[in-house]
Design a protein around this ligand. Structure first.
Ligand code: 3HC
Length: 689
């Protein structure tokens, strides 16, 4: 027997122990070991299946997906659990996820640590439970609960798992000892597959389906998962298992599942920086400068993770208003049932206002989130530089400005970096960490550590205008604007990109953010050099007419009072026609395919430059930025993965096509794209030498 699975008999109970760090994924060695152990139960009267380390099985081994299957399969192992002559008790601690939960459902009983969680996160990988989870879970918790877990993918608590019948008992204290004591009382088999499926509550089912259709728009796994779970009440167990397998295999090697697996690993890789050999500094007290939307959100992100935060604003009135807003947001969370009122108030209490810069002297990390102007940022950094401890890290939340220039004004630029949060900062998972030319390894690892502790997905970016995300967004927005001027109605541009999978179209997004932001930015840029004037001339005129977007109830669209729904506006259509005429643009039909292709190619081409310049460490980091910060559909894997899936030869050919059509200014293919296409290679395989 391998070291990964060992067994030992204690009295009448056989203990099958699995030790496959870090998360006891159910790879071939585990499946083989458990199956062998079950084949030899000796004179034991019951068995306990227990995992060492931090968790019970976290699921099938994802690294095996896409490779030739090896026997015994997970289904074979689970069948062996069911066919074992003695009852088997799953001793569940940590996170029992996916195939891990399915394994537990193959056991006769399940005892779960009070802090344990269970779930079917497969949907996040573009699949659904494919080892009997869709058949066994409905027998214990009913179809609506089973489908809810399958489609929303979120783990539930131990208490909830017991309440809905998925687990039998909660364990306080040592899970193994408690499972052994439990096993001593169980001599009868209790096989889940033999239980009937309870009648389905149709109203509950409709609710679950409606929620999934909204939150997982475009994801094909929803349909297959639903069909698999519903079959539990329509077919006998064996036929329904066959049906589950067929529907599962349809997804497993499809493009959506490949993209989502790519994202799973990309999000874990993005926190790793090649050649970085430093230890993080301490992170106790956090300082935040600025109590507006960003500063408030950043303070909440840290307070939510248990950190004590000090917040300061140059303007006492603004600070008071900022804190009131934070309090209101916490209480709103409590009233929606997301956290208890006591927890909301606790979190709020962790954020302490300070009325002078001196209050930052005790902070380990101070993040500035003030007005986006270099002179304002520099003045704040001068104050922080004077009061911060020499070993404290100072970060700017700028979304565009030169971090090196900000750092240059301080005594020690090594402790300065960018921490670019996305709004709302307490909700959005992405954190761009901007490494300046002089940023020390220690400052960088401390920022990465902070990101992990506040449960953000960090991506390290080099210094350039807009860093990874906003720099790429420029070309995307430009092509959307040009397609509109060339002939597509605003709603056609937005619909094309919404149908591609973006949460909203770029023009409606401009209205939401405020058209004046881009307008103000363009005042310090050179038309034709830094941006394409034709792509924003409409927006400029609208701002000058007082139509700044949603906040003025009119922008590219119009809005009814207290509604965010964009309404196409014939006045804007007429304005577009006039501008086109004035600028000598011959309007023509622009198809949805062209809109999507131009916007995507613009993203990809800029992404290639970012990669080649070393601003991003790897292509998958760019994907992480776009999926987590800009709503790029996860099931397409981010723009660089999407390009690799299209094939870089095709991407290059289409980029050249637009270069011929529209000229070289915005369409010259990035040298890296040319090189990789010629080598028949991919962005994913490329590494800067
Ligand atoms: N297979 C292979 N590797 C896995 C894995 C899995 N199921 N789950 C985690 N890992 C790896 C990670 O890639 C990471 O590797 P690295 O250290 O080389 O980067 C390492 O384990 C630790 O993972 P995390 O950094 O994510 O650790 P955390 O402590 O933050 O989180 C966790 C632990 C909650 C278990 C999280 O890893 C997780 O959610 N894992 C995926 C769970 C999942 O999706 N399970 C379903 C798999 S599909 C399935 O079971 C199909 C079946 O229905 C047939």
């Amino acid at each position: 027997m391998s070291d990964i699975v060992t067994s030992e008999q204690r009295g009448d109970v056989l203990i099958i122990r699995v030790n496959n760090p870090p998360v006891n994924a159910l790879g071939i060695a585990v499946r083989e070991g458990v199956t062998n152990a079950l084949a030899d139960v000796g004179n034991a009267k019951a068995a306990v299946l227990h995992c060492e380390g931090r968790t019970f099985f976290a699921g099938a081994d994802i690294t095996e997906f896409g490779k030739p299957p090896q026997s015994p399969s997970l289904n074979d192992m689970i069948e062996a659990l069911e066919n074992c002559p003695i009852p088997v008790i799953a001793a569940m601690h940590g996170t029992s996820l996916g195939g891990g939960l399915e394994t537990a459902l193959g056991c006769d009983y399940r005892i779960i640590d009070r802090k344990g969680r269970v779930g079917f996160p497969e949907i996040e990988l573009g699949i659904f439970p494919g080892a009997g989870g869709t058949q066994r879970s409905p027998r214990l918790c009913g179809i609506p609960e089973s489908l809810k877990m399958t489609l929303d993918g979120k783990p539930i608590t131990a208490a909830r798992a017991v309440e809905i019948g998925l687990c039998d008992e909660i364990s306080d204290g040592d899970i193994l000892e408690n499972a052994i004591a439990f096993a001593e009382t169980k001599t009868e088999k209790h096989v889940v597959r033999d239980l009937p499926v309870p009648a389905c509550d149709q109203a509950e089912l409709e609710k679950v389906l409606a929620a999934a259709q909204k939150s997982r728009r475009g994801q094909i796994a929803v349909e297959n998962a639903t069909r698999a779970v519903l079959a539990s009440a329509e077919m006998d167990f064996d036929s329904a298992m066959e049906n589950e397998r067929k529907l599962f295999m349809e997804l497993l090697n499809g493009s959506q599942a490949r993209a989502m697996r790519h994202m799973f690993f990309a999000e874990r890789l993005s926190a790793k920086v090649d050649g970085l050999d430093a230890q993080p500094g301490s992170l106790g007290l956090i300082g935040v400068v600025g109590s507006g939307t960003m500063g408030g959100g950043i303070a909440m992100a840290f307070a939510n993770a248990g950190f004590a935060v000090r917040i300061h604003d140059a303007n006492a009135e603004a600070l008071k208003a900022g804190l009131e807003k934070i309090r209101a947001l916490y209480l709103a969370s409590a009233s929606k049932g997301r956290i208890s009122e006591a927890e909301a108030l606790d979190r709020f209490d962790r954020i302490q206002p300070i009325d002078s810069w001196d209050g930052f002297a005790a902070c380990d990390l101070i993040i500035e989130a003030v007005f986006e102007r270099m002179d304002v940022k520099k003045a704040v950094f001068a104050e922080l530089d004077a009061v911060a401890r020499p070993d404290a890290i100072i970060a700017t939340n700028t979304s565009y400005l030169d971090v090196d220039e900000i750092a240059a004004g301080t005594k020690d630029p090594a402790r300065v970096l960018g921490m670019h949060f996305f709004s709302p900062a307490n909700v959005m998972r992405l954190l761009e960490i901007v490494r300046g030319a002089k940023t020390s390894g220690k400052a960088l690892v401390t920022a990465l550590d902070a990101a992990k502790r506040i449960r953000k997905v960090p991506v390290v970016s080099g210094v350039c205008h807009g860093f990874i995300g906003n720099r790429m967004l420029k070309g995307y927005g430009r092509e959307a604007g040009l397609c509109m001027m060339e002939g597509a109605a605003p709603q056609d541009v937005d619909k094309a990109l919404y149908d591609f999978g973006m949460p909203m179209g770029p023009l409606a997004m401009g209205d939401l953010a405020g058209l004046d932001i881009g307008y103000d930015n363009r005042r310090s840029m050179v038309a034709g050099e830094d941006y394409e004037p034709l792509a924003s001339v409409l927006q400029d005129r609208l701002v000058e007419m007082g139509r700044k977007g949603q906040k003025t109830s009119a922008g590219i669209y119009k809005y009814e009072a207290s509604s965010r729904a964009p309404i196409p506006d014939p006045e804007v259509d007429a304005l577009i026609e006039n501008i086109a005429q004035e600028q000598g643009v011959a309007r023509r039909p622009v198809s949805a395919d062209e809109i999507v292709e131009r916007c995507m190619l613009a993203l990809i081409n800029e992404g290639a430059r970012i990669l080649e310049e070393g601003i991003a460490q790897r292509a998958s980091d760019i994907d992480v930025v776009y999926v987590n910060g800009y709503g790029f559909p996860r099931y397409r894997g981010g723009p660089m993965f999407y390009a690799d899936e299209l094939g870089l030869a095709h991407v290059l050919e289409r980029t050249r096509h637009y270069q011929e059509k529209f000229g070289p200014k915005w369409w010259t293919p990035a040298p890296l794209l040319e090189k990789l296409a010629a080598e028949n290679s991919s962005f994913g395989a490329w590494k800067k030498g």
